[in-house]
Write a protein that binds this ligand. Structure first.
Ligand code: SF4
Ligand code: SF4
Ligand code: SF4
Length: 349
């Protein structure tokens, strides 16, 4: 099956939208409300295209590809309509990119750049107050483009039902519960709204001012907090050897979602209280020793205890934070080396 986009015949599969087909074939169609995990909502009206034989402009995110249809993504009408939409979004907000935390990863900034919008619009209304009441998240209504991604993220993806639209028209804004400050709402600070917000309207409080997007190295990793093994991206300031923020990788098992600990509790990596050397209790006090001494000591004590009390004097509990491989090694050590079946994993209960 094929359709024509900008004069090119391109293949498609059943169920694909015009936007899917264009993206798969490297044809640029801007979007702000669409996201692979959100799907089409046709709110931002940026993916508009001309489709031969239809009236007006159509949203490419919601029109299914069909054999033989002819789509044009780059006519003057399309480009002018997109530019007007983005200029209105910029005009309706307070977009001080230089100071904005989202500078460099903001999808509105990228779209404005791609559409060649050079003039900075005049600010229309006095700035609205930020909501920085919560521990981890800052909501800035001045940078909100009312795309609705955060609402779908909160209500449909993580099912927390906190966010909703309030008011109408250009006064529409995102609120928590019955328009209470985030700290007083039912928000659990999972940060899914933050992950999916395309602009600087929802940002992380702690990472503010600690590094620009392009300065931070992205390191794929696994969350250390539990056995689910959520995949994360560490945004690292190499020079300072410091994690500046964490986002969820959009791959299994978590598909971008994280809990409050996985997303925000990363300062432990810098704690001076972290154990970096083994300790042995000597005269009632823990004393730092070398790995050789610690391993020799442990092996000797294991041997002594087994000889004196038998293998069943031992019990092994693997941590739910350990990998499958480490849990397997614990089981093997317990049964094959020590000789006891007293082995379990704390994630089992
Ligand atoms: S939200 Fe985007 S466009 Fe607005 S100030 Fe921030 S970086 Fe600039
Ligand atoms: S942090 Fe989580 S619970 Fe709170 S508003 Fe965002 S998505 Fe909803
Ligand atoms: S807060 Fe962000 S995700 Fe939510 S509507 Fe505004 S711009 Fe969209």
């Amino acid at each position: 099956m094929e359709l024509t986009i900008d004069g090119r015949n391109v293949p498609f599969r059943a169920g694909q939208t015009v936007l899917d087909v264009a993206r798969e074939n490297g044809i640029y169609i801007p979007t702000l409300c669409w996201h692979p995990r959100i799907g089409p909502s046709s709110r931002c009206r940026l993916c508009i295209v001309e489709i031969e034989g239809t009236r007006g402009l159509q949203t490419a995110c919601s029109v299914l590809a069909g054999s033989g249809i002819t789509v044009r993504t780059d006519t003057e009408i399309v480009k002018t309509a997109r530019r007007m939409t983005v200029e209105n979004l910029l005009y309706d907000g307070h977009h001080d990119c230089i100071a904005c935390e989202a500078n460099g990863r903001c999808e509105l900034q990228d779209v404005a750049y791609r559409l060649g919008i050079r003039e900075y619009p005049v600010v229309s209304e006095p700035a609205q107050l930020l909501d920085d009441s919560s521990a981890m998240i800052v909501m800035d209504p001045n940078k909100c483009i009312v795309c609705g991604r955060c609402i779908i993220a909160c209500n449909e993806i993580v099912g927390n039902d906190v966010l909703t639209f309030s008011q109408r028209g250009y006064r529409t804004k995102i609120v928590c519960d019955t328009a209470v400050p985030m700290a007083e709402s039912s928000c659990v600070q999972c940060g899914e709204c933050l992950q999916l917000c395309p602009t600087g309207a929802i940002t992380e409080k702690k990472s503010a001012g600690k590094g620009r997007e392009w300065e931070l190295e992205k390191v794929n990793s696994t969350c250390p907090y539990c056995g689910v093994g959520c995949q994360v991206i560490l945004h690292v300031d190499r020079a300072a050897n410091r994690i500046v923020r964490i986002s969820g990788r959009e791959v299994p098992p978590n598909d971008g979602m994280l809990c409050v600990k996985g997303r925000f509790a990363y300062e432990f990596t810098e704690s001076p209280k972290r154990l970096t050397k083994p300790l042995i209790k000597k005269d009632g006090k823990h004393v730092e020793v070398s790995w050789d001494e610690a391993l020799d000591y442990t092996a000797r004590r294991f041997k002594e205890i087994k000889e004196k009390h038998g293998a069943d004097a031992f019990g092994f509990i693997a941590s739910s934070r350990s990998t499958n491989e480490n849990a397997y090694a614990t089981m093997k050590f317990s049964r094959a080396v020590i000789g006891t079946n007293n082995v379990d994993n704390c994630a089992r209960t």
